[in-house]
Structure formats: C-alpha cells, structure tokens
Design a protein around this ligand. Sequence first.
Ligand SMILES: Cc1cc2nc3c(=O)[nH]c(=O)nc-3n(C[C@H](O)[C@H](O)[C@H](O)COP(=O)(O)O)c2cc1C
Length: 341
Amino acid sequence: MTHNPLDLWNVSREDYPADGSEIEKLKFMLRYAILAPSGHNTQPWIFKITNSHIEVYADRGRELPEVDPEHRELFISCAAALFNLRAAIRYFGYEDHVEILPDSKNANLVAVVSLGGQYHPTDEDQQIFNIIPKRRTHRLPFKNLNVPESVVFKLVAAVESEGAWLHVIGQDEKQAVADLVAKGDELLLSRPDFREEFVEWLRPNKSNAPDGIPGYAFGLGNLASTVAPFLIRKLNVGKSQGAKDRKTLLNAPLAAVLGTPGDTPHDWITAGQALQRLLLVARKEEIYAGYLNQPIEAEELRPVLRDNIGVDGFPQILLRLGYGSEPRLTPRRSLDDVVVA
Ligand SMILES: Cc1cc2nc3c(=O)[nH]c(=O)nc-3n(C[C@H](O)[C@H](O)[C@H](O)COP(=O)(O)O)c2cc1C
C-alpha cells in the first residue's frame, strides 16, 4: 500500500496513549508538531527521542540558501513545530518544559522538550490545540470582509505573549508596503538561482511527494501545475508577480508585520512560536493568513520596511489575513522520516 502524505493530518486525540510511557506520549504529540507551516514546505525539522525528552533539531539538509541564506526562516519553521508540540503537551495535562538553544556547541539544536508536572489546560489551551489540524496557508483572494478590532487585539496579544511584536499596517502605510512587496518580487525573481530553488520545491498537483508545495496551493489546475516550473525556471516573472502581489496586499482586509527586538537565532525561535500562536488564534476566529515576506527576504528592503512602518527591532514575517474558503491540505513527511531514536 502506498503511503499517502495527506493522511498525516488525520490526527485523532482519541489515539493518545494515556497509559503509555512519557516517551510514547511525547512521540504521539509529535503528530501535531509536524503539521506546522514551513518555508516552501521543507519541514526542516528532526526530532531525537531520548530517555526522557525530545530534542528538536534544524535539518540543515533542508535549508534554502537562496531565499533564506541566514537560516532565519529555517529556525522560524522549526519553532512553529515546537509551538505545536508545547500546545499538545499542555493539552494532555503536563507543564511544557522547554530549553531553547541549550547547547552553545550545537547551533542546530533548537530546543529540548520534556513533560513537566501535572497541568490543567485552560479553555484557550484546548482551543489552540484543537485547531492545529485546521490551520492552512491561504494564497487565494480573501472575502471582502473586515477583521473586527476585537480579533485584531487577540492577534496582537497572541504574538506579544510569545515575546514578539505585531505591527498592524495602517491604511496610510499600505501603499508603501505594497510597493516594497512588488519590489521584493522583482529583486528575488530576477535571480535564476532563486527561481531554481523555488521550482525545486514546487510539486505537480498529482505528485505523491511528502514535502514541497503542490500547485493547487497557488490555485493552479493540474496542467498548469506541471507547466509552471518550466516557465518559472526560464522566465523572469518578477514584474508580473510583483504587480499581482502589490494588489493582493492592497486588497488584504488586514496586513501585519511580525517582528522581534533582536535578530539572533533566539529571536527567530521567538518569532516562529509567536507566528504559530497567531495563526492558530486567527484560525480559531475563522481567519486565514497568507505570506508576503518578499521585503524581508530581499535583505536590502528589510531596513526600508522597518523605516516605513516606524518600528524598532526586526521584521520577521509579513502576513495578510482575512476570511476565505478552506484551502486544501499540503503533504507532510511521515513521523518515521523525521524522528530519530
Ligand atoms: C518561515 C515561513 C516562511 C514562509 N514564506 C512563505 C512565502 O513567502 N510565501 C508563501 O506563499 N508561503 C510561505 N510560507 C508558507 C509555507 O509555504 C507553507 O507553510 C507550507 O507550504 C505548508 O503549507 P500549509 O501552511 O498550508 O500547511 C512560509 C511559511 C513559513 C513558516
């Protein structure tokens, strides 16, 4: 029987080994960790299970040197998975014990996680955990509906509770940020190596690959999903993509920059956990998010973005948020592929 990478989303808390060992419980909770978002759906994480804890590693074999030369998004992705693991630990009634970057000699060890004392999950803990399998990245237009102020407050609070900040882009800032997104597309997509890297992670709709982004996630039909990689490889589509993304940002019901006070691996892990909490709180409110990170990924534009929105610190992720129909699932690698004993 061939393995279907979409089955991984079919997690059921009913399968939790309540009478199992701590390690069996932690291993079960990893089913939720791997549902996290990651750059180009690389899923750049490895989990090492020891006697009493799980070590979360960044998988440098899955780095993206063109779009992410400093490994910033690599750490953000691993931290999003870490957040899911923490959420599962609390849901199943334990304090989440986490040491971030505990080994100065091993920069790839993102965190060490273990089960703490007994814990009574709050309503918020339960809601956040239950929504993990329903989060998706949204790349199609949102409905023309505003996000209520009360929800915006919740999103800001979610991000701040993880030690990051969220700057909601005001109407007076939107045009400048949209222009930066377009400029970012032009700069990045003009580089053949950047396009090559992107195409390497783009998958035809009918692919059974357990990673990468299927064309349907971009709204492509079956034929277009097989042709797109050839076109992107050959053509500099920066101008047209830039024009499209500029419009997408201008039409977004809500756009926001998630950032951190510093720009170290520690800050990236903070950003990743804050991102995942925000995405889950948003989804709980029926709101989806899509990414427009180009002005952060194009390094010359990052300080310009920071000045345009008048923040201290470092922009890490640029999101648009709104209401829309539920996107299809993207694949995941099986636990066997990401867990080492
Ligand atoms: C750090 C990070 C950066 C990302 N950057 C982008 C991006 O620039 N554009 C985009 O469309 N999606 C971006 N994504 C979303 C991923 O492509 C997405 O999480 C992945 O394909 C898995 O799909 P899912 O989120 O629907 O589960 C990013 C995700 C993360 C965690």
